[in-house]
Design a binder for this molecule. Structure first.
Ligand code: FES
Length: 188
């Protein structure tokens, strides 16, 4: 083998090795968002004081957390919205206070669900899905109406806890997201 050929082969080998060494970490970095798994839940989060919730009237609260858009991390961003309904008057014991939490994401195609104070029901503005005050699929008094939602509003784990000082009662919600368009509630 000529000296020139040997040199060319050596250069080619070095170039191939350097490329392999660089390509693996770069490929991992680029594809990381594709393989990032969603956490099932963001953990229990304090969203409101019990005294901020009127009995029987839905109140919407925001869930704050880290939001990832591709390679960009948005810390302390709104990652979801939840409807809370306090069901009873204040009680001495946190465990006797009943608050229900429902995801504000419509199970039909994922629009944000509003609440109509006039009709006392939840309404999705996109395709008119309506839900009663228990989050169940409801009917509209309209000829030919067919509720497009395949299931009721998604319930979330919710509890009332005493503050560290014992002076306040807080509502904690465990926020989760579920697949849309399905009859059953399935975690994303
Ligand atoms: S997305 Fe709510 S009714 Fe279609």
């Amino acid at each position: 083998m000529q000296r020139r050929t040997l040199l060319i082969r050596l250069c080619q080998t070095i170039a191939a090795t350097a490329t392999a060494v660089l390509i693996i970490p770069i490929g991992r970095f680029i594809s990381a968002p594709l393989f990032r798994k969603n956490k099932k839940s963001s953990g229990a989060q304090r969203v409101a004081k019990l005294t901020q919730l009127p009995v029987g009237t839905p109140t919407q609260v925001a869930i704050i957390g880290n939001r990832q858009d591709g390679w960009t991390l948005h810390p302390q961003a709104v990652i979801g919205k939840v409807w809370l309904i306090r069901r009873n008057e204040e009680s001495e014991k946190p465990e006797d206070c009943q608050v229900d939490a429902y995801s504000a994401i419509c199970p039909h195609l994922g629009c944000g669900i509003n609440h109509s104070a006039d009709d006392l029901q939840f309404v999705c503005p996109c395709h008119e899905a309506v839900f009663d005050d228990q989050g169940a699929v409801a009917k509209l008094d309209k000829p030919g109406y067919n509720n497009p939602s395949p299931r009721g509003m998604d319930t979330l784990d919710c509890q009332v806890v005493a503050s560290e000082s014992g002076n306040d009662l807080w509502v904690e919600v465990e926020y989760e997201r579920f697949k849309i368009g399905l009859k059953d509630k399935v975690n994303l």
